[in-house]
Design a protein around this ligand. Structure first.
Ligand code: BG6
Length: 478
């Protein structure tokens, strides 16, 4: 029988954003600064104070989501809008915003999928005790998360705890406000991550406790890792990197333990986190029901050569010109990231690798056997608004078409994928490149520094995606 190809029934279609990258209103209605409001002031790009102005335009935005046919939307809640001081008194105006936002989604038939934490620790807690560096952050996160989970327990079924712990470790001084005194102490990033593991596990327990049939998981920034070639040493580097960059997070979520190889290596390097008695029991008890995968690019590694073997941190490409990548990460005697000579990249040197999507889905599913939702996937690009109010982003349509085909192939081969929430709905403040690099289905009329009128313009990809959703994928899969 020749059946028409499409996504499974009840597949969730939508897109994703995060609070500080779209909301703006950074100091409005009682909100206080988050670390992202402060860190983004120093990037040389636009900051988060206005962003895409979604705080004021959310109704218009949700109308567009509905027009496109969304059945789900991933967004994040700004901790510093709800608890401006991190803990204590709730900010009624702040929580009212999320009440209204969530109700508006539901009214329009769109399932709200919130991320509880997307990089934006309240600055008050950074000032009080250095934020995630301190173990106190776990307790305060739980205070905030419990409030949110209890408030929306009857309205929200699928919950995302923390966004991209993997990227938070890799870019630990950019995704966290880390005081300078720690800047040469690389153990701190694994300590921060350990605190987040506890916070994640406790939030999972809270969802299981309060939300009837609730499901919960983290969204991980995930890259499949390929060896440069089949030389035995480079294959070993691939295993090392998979262990420290991927299993290091997923083993916590789904096995309740750190992978032994990566942990022994960190101990040898004096980088291992301090784990207190009882921590691993908390982590085990806070099991995840699913995994959110943020996939943009695959990575390529080789074994470090003896004359070039040291701890080197990644530095993003800030210029937006191919080849201007600052630096690739290296861990001594373990692996060195390099450019993949067999794959193309975007202007910021991010590899474009659609088959990597199938690879990672099948790999993760075979290893952990859990349902997966794509919580981010997208192409950062320079978009041009034409005089006739159109944006021809055919490169993005091509990118998503190929990635969706890969997802479908993985599903055909048995992987449980229950939704696609690409990055991003409207253009957002990019975490590394301001508004120069765009991701949205909907163009936001602003420059990086010039605010303009912030009006929304549907890109070609919006119309393309509407057809994809209407046909449950059949428009591109046949
Ligand atoms: C993910 C983040 O890492 O990638 C998003 O969850 C981010 O917040 C996205 O915007 C794209 O990265 P960038 O640096 O281009 O904004």
């Amino acid at each position: 029988m020749n059946r028409k190809k499409e996504m499974p029934a009840n597949f969730l279609w939508g897109a994703a954003t995060s609070a500080f990258q779209v909301e703006g209103a950074a100091l409005e209605d009682g909100k206080k600064l988050s670390q992202m409001d402060v860190l983004n002031k120093n990037t040389g790009f636009s900051d988060a104070s206005i962003a895409s102005d979604s705080y004021h335009r959310y109704k218009e935005d949700i109308k567009l989501m509905k027009e496109c046919g969304f059945t789900a939307h991933r967004f994040s809640i700004a901790w510093s809008r709800v608890f401006p001081n991190g803990t204590g008194e709730v900010n009624l105006k702040g929580i009212e915003f999320y009440d209204n936002f969530i109700d508006e989604l539901i009214k329009n038939g769109i399932e709200p999928i919130p991320t509880i934490y997307h990089y934006d620790m309240p600055m008050a807690l950074v000032e009080k005790y250095d934020g995630w560096v301190s173990r106190q952050s776990v307790e305060d996160f739980v205070y905030y998360a419990e409030f949110i989970i209890k408030r929306y327990k009857d309205k929200i079924k699928n919950w995302i705890t923390i966004n991209e712990q993997s990227i938070i470790v890799e870019f630990w001084k950019k995704k966290n406000y880390v005081p300078e005194k720690y800047h040469n102490n690389h153990q701190i990033k694994y300590q921060i991550n350990h605190h987040m593991n506890l916070a994640h596990a406790k939030a999972c327990q809270l969802v299981h406790k309060y939300v009837e049939n609730g499901k919960v998981g983290a969204a991980i920034g995930y890259s499949p890792i390929y060896a440069l070639d089949s030389s035995p040493k480079n294959m070993l580097a691939m295993l090392n990197a998979e262990n420290l960059k991927n299993h290091f997070f997923l083993d916590i979520y789904f096995k309740g333990s750190y992978p032994v190889g990566a942990m022994k290596y960190l101990e040898e390097q004096n980088l291992a986190p301090i784990i207190e008695e009882g921590d691993m029991d908390i982590i085990k008890a806070g099991y995840s029901d699913f995994l959110g995968v943020n996939y943009y690019a695959s990575k390529c590694v080789k074994f470090p050569s003896p004359d070039n073997n040291y701890l080197r941190e990644a530095k993003s490409n800030l210029e937006g010109k191919k080849g201007a990548m600052g630096a690739y990460e290296m861990m001594p005697d373990f692996y060195e990231y390099i450019k993949n000579p067999n794959a193309e990249t975007n202007d910021w040197d991010w590899t474009i690798d659609p088959s990597g999507m199938e690879y990672l889905l099948r790999d993760i599913y075979q290893r952990y056997n859990i349902p997966i939702i794509i919580t981010e996937n997208g192409l950062g690009a320079y978009d041009k608004l034409e005089d006739d109010e159109t944006v021809h982003d055919d490169y993005r349509i091509d990118y998503w078409t190929k990635h969706l085909k890969s997802i479908h192939r993985a599903i055909e081969l048995g992987v449980e994928v229950f939704g696609f929430l690409p990055w991003s709905f409207v253009d957002v403040l990019s975490t590394s490149n301001g508004y120069n690099k765009r991701y949205g289905l909907v163009y936001v009329n602003r420059g990086d520094k010039e605010i303009k009128d912030l009006r929304r313009i549907k890109k070609d990809s919006f119309y393309w995606y509407k057809k994809v959703i209407e046909s449950n994928g059949a428009s591109i899969l046949n």
